[in-house]
Design a protein around this ligand. Sequence first.
Ligand code: SF4
Length: 322
Amino acid sequence: MSEALLQVENLKKYYPIKGGKFGKVSEIVRAVDGVSFSVREGETLGIVGESGCGKSTTGRMIMRLIEPTEGKIIFQNRNIMELSKHDMRKARKDIQMIFQDPFASLNPRHTVGHIIEEPMIVHKMGNRKQREARVEELLELVGLSAYHAKRYPHQFSGGQRQRIGIARALAVQPKVIIADEPVSALDVSVQSQVLNLLKDLQKKFNLTYIFIAHDLSVVRHISDRVGVMYLGKLVELSESEILYTDPKHPYTKALLSAVPVPDPDIKTNRIILEGDVPSPAHPPAGCTFHDRCPVAMDICSKERPNFKVLDDGRMISCHLYD
Ligand code: SF4
């Protein structure tokens, strides 16, 4: 595979919470706390974790829809953290986003044609006629029809609305698409259709995806590599096949054990995690997973494990592999 198209280094997002009489900062919510990864051209990196683990914030920071507190985002050898607002707007042409709720992300007062055309207007692409022709082409590309351009979002099903969202993201010919839970709101049968469409489009246009989901089973078939996040940090990142067949981090094991297996003859040992995910305002000392980890050791509550690379190329943050 080719070298990294996008690289994220030590990305952090801290939210100060003000409290008390004088409005002083009383605590800090560490929504994302030092995340690093790279994505190669044409690959899909899945990012998985429970709600509140920081995966969506990470995706939005790459677009700079949320300003990072710290860290670097290198895209095509440029640190996009250093770009002015004007230059960042231009860079967004190359990095587009697909959202979880296609209904909420499509303006109900605009026709589908206008919704798909809008990013091309923003980026001054083509004249009106050319853009209209491109809208028709895009609608057909995502499995809809040219005449759908005149309709409004409420006239479509959830799956069709997500196809419109995909057409809009593709309108400006991006290199990277950040898909934030793009199929979570859809029925299972529709999910696989949308996933297959994303795969086909990737092949056709050599797209690079960052695919964010809370469900490991959803990202399995679309991702080349998968990163697992817990409480604002990546805890394991590896080639998909390795991660699914031989998970090493206790949190990944627990998440995978909860994925239903379609074959009733295969017995799985579900690992039930005790307690809730701790507040990112008060992350536990040492390994932030230690108070829920079924195999925690003494060192785990004292020292934070480093992110290290194992022989099979996977990166992991766990004292079991020191
Ligand atoms: Fe469990 Fe310790 Fe590994 Fe954390 S470092 S996942 S607590 S074994």
